[in-house]
Design a binder for this molecule. Structure first.
Ligand SMILES: [Zn+2]
Ligand SMILES: [Zn+2]
Length: 248
């Protein structure tokens, strides 16, 4: 599978748009402002959107992205998410006030979008990729995704705080080639990170150190723009993190 990180920022004003990762041509993980990197034609190739949770930096471009598909698709785009996330999207976004309900447009028989509810540890197979959602701890119901094909195992842990839950979930997965962990705040803002369900360099390092099977690669994502340059300097200076990739 081909992994194209379109956006990896934890907000607006960073080096990229917010979280959006394109898998091959047709699967999108989260629908943050990173989608803006794609051409219209590339957007119209997307058939599946996997959402980690309902926070706005991960869903902000979903409504307008879907609007680009009118007249270009007979088959609806499937938005895969936890039932709780689907409910929030229905109530707060696709409610005819913020945006139309695209599960009914242009018609209920042939809508632009349909929802598909995910359950942790119930895999979904899209083409040759087995996608397994797993629960993480954030401030709203949130899932990470394990994506596995014959070539590689890619694991995106979404927004999460460091916890026994996270370690337990990651240790249940097979050998991981690429593990993407978020790091939103510096260690001096540890209290804020814990309260808001996020990680700092120290908690990221502790998590990686405690994994039963170390991943081949670690990628760091979701730097909050206010702390981005500071966090990049911390990782660049840390001898334990020299093989890590701080996205993009
Ligand atoms: Zn986020
Ligand atoms: Zn979040």
């Amino acid at each position: 599978m081909k992994i194209n990180v379109l956006g990896c920022s934890g907000g607006v004003g960073g080096r990229t748009g917010s979280t959006a990762i394109l898998i091959d041509q047709h699967i999108l993980i989260d629908a943050g402002s990173g989608i803006d990197e794609l051409s219209l034609a590339e957007m119209r190739n997307i058939r599946h959107v996997l959402l980690t949770h309902s926070h706005v930096d991960h869903i902000c471009f979903l409504p307008t992205f879907l609007a680009n598909l009118f007249g270009y698709t007979d088959e609806p785009v499937t938005v895969h998410a936890l039932p709780e996330t689907i409910e929030v999207l229905k109530d707060c976004i696709f409610n005819w006030q913020i945006w139309p309900d695209f599960t009914e447009l242009p018609s209920e028989q042939h809508p632009i979008m349909r929802f598909s509810a995910l359950e942790p540890w119930q895999p979904v197979k899209l083409d040759e990729i087995v996608i397994t959602p797993f629960s993480v701890e954030h401030t709203v119901p949130t899932i990470g995704f394990s994506l596995q094909d014959s070539e590689q195992h890619f694991v995106f842990t979404a927004d999460t705080r460091a916890s026994e839950v996270l370690l337990d979930q990651l240790n249940r997965l097979n050998d991981i080639d690429t593990l993407v962990l978020e790091c939103s705040f510096p260690d001096r803002a540890l209290e804020m990170a814990i309260v808001s369900g996020h990680m700092t360099p120290a908690t990221v390092k502790a998590t990686v150190a405690e994994l039963a099977n170390p991943p081949k690669q670690v990628w760091i994502t979701h730097l909050k723009p206010s702390y981005e340059e500071e966090l990049r300097e911390v990782f660049a200076a840390d001898p334990d993190c020299q093989n890590w990739r701080v996205l993009p």
